[in-house]
Design a protein around this ligand. Structure first.
Ligand code: UT7
Length: 337
C-alpha cells in the first residue's frame, strides 16, 4: 500500500432540471421586461422551473443518481454527503439529510454548505480535504437550487427574477493513489470571502435578527425576496474572477489556450470578460446560462456534467472551475481532464 496521502478525483457527474422550460417572453409582460433586454444584458433565453411534485431534494436526488451511475458506484458505497444550496426545502434541517434519506444511505454524515454561488466550490473543498486527510474515501457533492418559488414576479423584482432557474448538479469525489494519473484529479480549492459586501446580494427575511423573524408587512414590502446591487456585483465579479483565474493559471503554469473554463453562470458577459482578460479562448468557455439561467450552487456541477458528457474535455485538459457571488464569496480550483 502507498504511504503517500491519497489524491481526490471526480469520478462521476450528473444533473437535473426543473420540468418546465420558461422563455423570456413568458416572463416579460409580468416583469415589465423584454426578451431583447434579457438576452442583451445577460445572455439568458430560457430557464427551467419546477412543477408540482418536484423540490430541491428531488432535483438533487435525480442529479445524484446520475452521478453515481456515471461513477459506476452504488449509493451504499458513499461515505458522506456535502450539499450546497441557498434554497433548501425547509428552514431547517438542511437538504443534506433529506437527500441522505432519499438515497437510503443512513447513517453517513450529511453536511450543508451556505455559500450561495460559490457553494459548490466550498463544498468540493470540504470533500477534497476529507479525502486527502484520509477521513473518507468517497463523497457525494451536490449543488441544487429551487429559485422559482421565491422570485418577485412583479416589475419591482425584474432585475433579479429574470436571472434565476431551478436545477441541480452532483459529483462523486473519490480517493485515488496520488502517484496514479487518472482523469478528474482535483487540485486544492482556493477560497475567499469579503463580508463587507454581504448587503450587495442578500435576503434577510425570515431572519432571526428580526422580532418576529418575518411579518405580513415584510411580505407586503417584498423583504422576503433577494435584493441585489447588480452593477456593483457585476463589477466585483469580473475583477475578482479575472484575478483569481489568472492566479490559478500562474500557480499551475498553465497554457490558457488549452484551459477549459467552467465558471459559475450568473451573466454571460461576466464569463466572456473573464475569459478575455485571462486569454482563455472563447470556444473553451462553457456557457449554459443561455438555456438554464443562473442556478447558483447548481451551475458549476451542471456545466461540468454537460462538458464531460459532450466530451468537451479531452484527457489531460486543465479544467478551471471558478465562482463568485453573494457573501461576497468566491473560489477557484483546477481539475485535470
Ligand atoms: O449569481 C450571483 C451573482 N450575480 C451576478 O453576478 C449578477 C451581476 N449583475 C448583473 O448581471 C447585472 O447587473 C444585471 C443583469 C442584474 C442587470 O444588468 P445591468 O446592465 O447592470 O442593468 P442595471 O441594473 O444597471 O439597470 C440598467 C437599466 C435600469 O433602467 P434605467 O435606470 O437606466 O432607466 C433598470 O431599471 O435597466 C433597467 N432594468 C431592466 N429593464 C428591463 C433592470 N432590470 C431590467 C429588466 N428588464 N429585467
Amino acid at each position: 500500500m502507498s504511504t503517500q496521502p491519497p489524491g481526490a478525483r471526480i469520478s462521476g457527474s450528473g444533473r437535473a432540471l426543473g420540468a418546465r422550460c420558461v422563455s423570456n417572453d413568458e416572463l416579460a409582460a409580468e416583469l415589465g421586461s423584454s426578451d431583447d433586454w434579457i438576452v442583451a444584458r445577460t445572455g439568458i433565453r430560457t430557464r427551467y422551473f419546477i412543477e408540482p411534485g418536484q423540490s430541491n431534494t428531488s432535483l438533487a436526488l435525480e442529479a445524484s443518481r446520475a452521478a453515481l451511475a456515471d461513477a459506476q458506484r452504488n449509493a451504499s458505497e458513499l461515505d458522506a454527503i456535502v450539499f450546497a444550496t441557498l434554497s433548501p426545502d425547509m428552514v431547517f434541517p438542511g437538504n443534506g439529510v433529506l437527500l441522505q434519506e432519499a438515497l437510503g444511505v443512513a447513517p453517513i454524515p450529511a453536511l450543508d454548505v451556505r455559500n450561495q454561488c460559490s457553494g459548490f466550490l466550498y463544498a468540493l473543498s470540504v470533500a477534497r480535504a476529507w479525502i486527502v486527510s484520509g477521513t473518507y474515501r468517497r463523497v457525494l457533492v451536490v449543488g441544487s437550487e429551487v429559485h422559482s418559488t421565491g422570485l418577485d414576479m412583479s416589475p419591482r423584482g425584474r432585475a433579479v427574477s429574470i436571472l434565476f432557474g431551478d436545477g441541480a448538479g452532483a459529483v462523486v469525489v473519490e480517493a485515488v493513489d496520488s502517484h496514479v494519473q487518472e482523469g478528474g484529479a482535483l487540485e486544492p480549492v482556493r477560497l475567499g470571502a469579503d463580508g463587507s459586501g454581504a448587503r450587495l446580494l442578500f435576503c434577510d427575511r425570515p431572519g432571526a435578527a428580526h422580532h418576529p423573524s418575518i411579518t405580513c408587512d415584510d411580505i407586503e414590502a417584498g423583504r422576503h425576496f433577494a435584493h441585489m446591487e447588480g452593477r456593483q456585483v457585476f463589477r466585483r465579479a469580473v475583477e475578482l474572477l479575472s484575478q483569481e483565474v489568472a492566479a490559478l493559471i500562474a500557480r499551475h503554469s498553465l497554457d490558457p489556450k488549452r484551459a477549459v473554463l467552467v465558471a459559475h453562470q450568473s451573466n454571460r458577459r461576466i464569463n466572456e470578460l473573464v475569459a478575455t482578460r485571462t486569454n482563455i479562448p472563447e470556444d473553451r468557455v462553457l456557457h449554459t446560462i443561455e438555456q438554464w439561467g443562473n442556478t447558483t450552487a447548481g451551475s458549476i456541477p451542471m456545466a461540468l456534467d454537460l462538458a464531460r458528457r459532450e466530451r468537451r474535455i479531452a484527457p489531460g485538459d486543465p479544467v478551471i472551475m471558478a465562482a463568485f457571488g453573494s457573501g461576497l464569496t468566491w473560489g477557484t480550483t483546477l481539475m485535470w481532464g
